[in-house]
Design a binder for this molecule. Sequence first.
Ligand SMILES: [Zn+2]
Ligand SMILES: [Zn+2]
Length: 59
Amino acid sequence: MKEVTSFVHCENHPDRPADGRCLSCGTYLCEACLDIAGQYGLIMCEECLLRLFIKGDNA
Ligand SMILES: [Zn+2]
Ligand SMILES: [Zn+2]
C-alpha cells in the first residue's frame, strides 16, 4: 500500500504529515486532527463534524 503522489500534509497543519482523510470531503488530516473526530468514532475534518452535528442530516 503506497501513496503514488508525493508527501501530503494536513490541511490545517502544513508542517505535519497527513495521517488520513476526511470521509466526507476528502481533506487531508494529521493525527491530531483525526483525534478530534475520533472522539466521536468518526474520521472527519472539524468542518464536516460541525456540519454533521448542526444539520444532523447529510443525505
Ligand atoms: Zn471534511
Ligand atoms: Zn492537523
